[in-house]
Design a protein around this ligand. Structure first.
Ligand SMILES: NC(=O)c1ccc[n+]([C@@H]2O[C@H](COP(=O)([O-])OP(=O)(O)OC[C@H]3O[C@@H](n4cnc5c(N)ncnc54)[C@H](O)[C@@H]3O)[C@@H](O)[C@H]2O)c1
Length: 247
């Protein structure tokens, strides 16, 4: 148990992986700012953490908006006084659609929520992360490595996330480590949001050699490792949590 009062920001903390990651950090003694555009969902995660004896704060923010992200950082500092880990995890899916039918507005929204958010998070949290010798985690996807049909905007956003991770890891070393997580299809409310056309959840599962979808806790375990001192020599990596999908 870490009793040093370290603090973590997790975006998209109201559901799926973000909730699982938030709970795991709290179980290890971190104070957790649970951030979500869905205020009730963020609150629910924070309440669960407090009920289990942890220390948390719910923050409503749309991570695609610069003012919201700046406020998210300010509120975390007001509450906890420091930021040790920023986990840019919030994201939205793309229903599988032929590229010629994707609207420009949908493209922009997916890139803003899934990629611009990580730039904004780093931009505003960086002074605090430099002070703490902190860590950035970015949730990308196996989509960045092995595209699936009909996911042009989503794949571009996650490919960008991996590239941004490597750029920041290089640019911020040795002060701040930056790594990405690349989960395969994971059993969260988002998953069915991808299905459409030729893409189904069953079809995605069939492409995973270990024979099952990932669980949020699989991803949370990897996040805890990358944020820990056990990963002190790891920066700029995109860790596949994929049951072998990317072999
Ligand atoms: N589920 C999968 O199959 C899968 C696979 C690989 C990667 N991912 C990625 O993992 C991350 C977490 O996804 P999940 O599966 O847990 O999804 P989820 O839908 O269960 O949770 C996503 C959370 O992000 C929040 N969110 C959405 N837009 C937001 C915004 N603009 N600002 C703040 N919060 C916002 C939602 O309200 C929700 O609580 C995402 O980045 C997703 O792209 C998911």
């Amino acid at each position: 148990m870490d009793r040093s009062g370290k603090s973590v920001i997790v975006t998209g903390a109201g559901s799926g992986m973000g909730r699982a990651v938030s709970k795991r950090f709290a179980e290890r003694g971190k104070r957790v700012a649970c951030v979500d555009v869905d205020a009730d969902a963020a609150e629910e995660t924070a309440v669960r953490i407090e009920r289990d004896g942890g220390d948390s704060l719910a923050i409503e923010a749309d991570v695609s908006r610069a003012t919201d992200v700046e406020t998210m950082v300010e509120r975390t500092i007001e509450a906890f006084g420091r930021i040790d880990v920023l986990h840019n995890n919030a994201g939205i899916p793309q229903r599988a659609t032929p590229v010629e039918d994707v609207s420009a507005d949908e493209w922009d929204r997916i890139l803003d929520v899934n990629l611009k958010s990580a730039f904004l998070g780093a931009k505003y949290a960086l002074p605090h992360l430099r002070r703490s010798g902190g860590v950035i985690l970015n949730t990308a996807s196996t989509a960045a490595i092995r595209p699936r049909t009909g996911l042009s905007a989503y794949v571009a956003s996650k490919g960008g996330m991996v590239a941004l991770t490597k750029q920041l890891a290089y640019e911020l070393a040795p002060d701040v480590r930056v790594n990405a997580l690349c989960p395969v299809a994971t059993d969260t409310p988002m998953l069915t949001g991808f299905a459409g056309g030729d893409l189904s959840v069953e079809g995605m599962q069939e492409t995973i050699p270990l024979g099952r979808l990932a669980e949020p806790d699989d991803v949370a375990a990897a996040a805890i490792f990358l944020a820990s001192d056990d990963a002190a020599m790891i920066t700029g990596t995109a860790l596949e949590v994929d049951g072998g999908r990317d072999i």
